[in-house]
Design a protein around this ligand. Structure first.
Ligand SMILES: [Zn+2]
Length: 463
């Protein structure tokens, strides 16, 4: 029996319409008003928005970092995502130096096996192109890994040199994959970090103060220049500052296929508000790039509105405050970098974007679902409500009130970056491939039901 969602307001990146949605099995069969109800199971969506499930293109579940692992695994992390209205994630497999990317892919498939509650894709973090790196990249693309991430920061750990970045970009110009850049000048930052430590500046705030926005902007500019020389598109991850945004905007104004995402923490949190520099509590906000001065926030919102920024992801990478962040009690460089957010992205962007009048409803859908699906080669299977698309559908209560708190969230972490934030608008029912997986905050499905997504290179966001 097919499922008929009646009387809701269907919102896509392009349109807002009163329409019925007919779900047949795992996919959407029809979207129009007046679909005859006979023989279908009826869901009444009166007063609700019918949205495509959210797509979070940047998560780190069960990720090794500095001798520990991010505290959410594929089960707890994807369950929390689903409860918040996200039905697709793209996580990162990490190639270890001197090993094949295939080994990392197998490792991350293993992490997701039996655990993923929603569909997931994988990016591959490249740390070493070695002798067979190009074949390795091509073989990843044939496995549906349509994007690679390279680091211009974290020297000695993940950072690669410009030659490696340029070679990888040239390879993607041929195989159609997309390079994602962590853009910060890691060499300069390392000098500033060593100087701070030598001066006895070990508190968490120095993590932020040793990573200037110019170090981000310079790397963004260099990444885009290398992509231009390679004839390849490039995607800047977790862009955090006005200085960096200016580089992306200028490139896009010149017609280059440069893309960038930002994250809720950069839109809503700041050094002034979250890191007063008085206690180790600041470690809750140690992630990279760091929090910025408040004046950057409105610039990022403007960037989203005007399509200088295309996507909001979370960079979800939780570490418990009590026993993981504490590793850096006497040295900020030993604080695991990352913060939790996978559950709250849709609520926060809806409330502070749509309710606040900064974003239209359609733009909200675009930056949280359609654009990441398109850029990362999953569209129109994911990211929209249309005949033939996967039935990943969120029934969204636009007036539902919710207070974000670690006491009630579903992420496996002992604090919230958004503790006490009040939002209006929340996921009420969540369907993934036609299956009701969340009903009013309760997760109903079986872990392991989530499927690996084979993504298509040249996702269609650039010509
Ligand atoms: Zn990340």
């Amino acid at each position: 029996m097919a499922l008929l969602i009646q009387n809701g307001t269907v919102v896509t990146a392009e349109s807002t319409t009163l329409a019925d949605v007919l779900i047949d099995g795992t996919t959407i069969r029809e979207v129009r008003s007046g679909i005859p109800p006979q023989g279908h199971e009826i869901v009444d969506a009166t007063g609700l928005l019918v949205l495509p499930g959210g797509v979070d293109a940047h998560t780190h579940l069960d990720m090794p970092f500095g001798g520990t692992y991010s505290s959410d695994d594929f089960e707890t992390g994807t369950r929390a995502a689903a409860i918040g209205g996200t039905t697709t994630i793209v996580d990162f497999a990490i190639q270890s130096r001197g090993t094949k990317m295939r080994t990392a892919l197998d490792t991350w498939w293993g992490k997701a096996e039996g655990k993923a509650c929603i569909d997931y894709g994988l990016h591959m973090i490249v740390t070493d192109l070695g002798s067979s790196g190009f074949e390795d990249m091509d073989s990843m693309v044939s496995e549906g890994v349509a994007s690679f991430k390279l680091f211009m920061a974290y020297p000695g750990v993940l950072m690669v040199d410009d030659a490696t970045i340029f070679r990888a970009l040239r390879q993607t110009a041929k195989n159609g994959a997309l390079v994602c850049m962590h853009a910060e000048n890691g060499s300069v930052i390392d000098v500033l970090v060593q100087q701070a430590l030598a001066e006895g500046k070990t508190a968490p705030i120095y993590h932020a103060l040793t990573r200037p926005t110019v170090a981000e902007a310079e790397a963004v500019q260099r990444a885009i220049a290398m992509a231009e020389m390679a004839g390849a598109p490039v995607y800047i991850v977790h862009l955090s500052s006005e200085d960096a945004l200016n580089q992306v905007r200028e490139a896009r104004d010149r017609g280059l296929p440069a893309f960038a995402e930002t994250c809720p923490q950069y839109l809503l949190l700041s050094i002034e508000d979250q890191m007063p520099g008085k206690s180790f509590e600041d470690a809750k906000y140690v992630f990279t790039p760091p929090l910025r001065e408040k004046k950057n926030q409105q610039k990022l919102w403007d960037g989203l509105k005007h399509d200088h920024l295309q996507v909001v992801s979370t960079d979800h990478c939780p570490f418990c405050f009590a026993d993981q962040k504490a590793l850096g009690k006497d040295d900020f460089t030993k604080i695991p970098n990352g913060g939790p957010g996978i559950e709250n992205r849709m609520q926060l962007i809806y409330h502070h974007g749509v309710n606040a009048g900064r974003l239209t409803l359609n733009r909200f859908v675009e930056i949280t679902a359609s654009a990441p699906a398109r850029i990362f080669g999953m569209y129109p299977q994911k990211g929209t409500i249309a005949p033939g698309s996967d039935a990943d559908v969120v029934l969204w209560g636009p007036s539902a009130e919710h207070t974000i708190s670690a006491a009630t969230h579903h992420m496996r972490v002992d604090y919230s970056m958004f503790e006490g934030f009040k939002v209006r608008g929340n996921a009420r029912q969540v369907y993934s491939r036609g299956e009701l997986i969340v009903d009013r905050g309760e997760f109903l499905a079986r872990p392991g039901r989530g499927q690996y997504l084979r993504r298509t290179p040249r996702g269609g966001a650039w010509k």
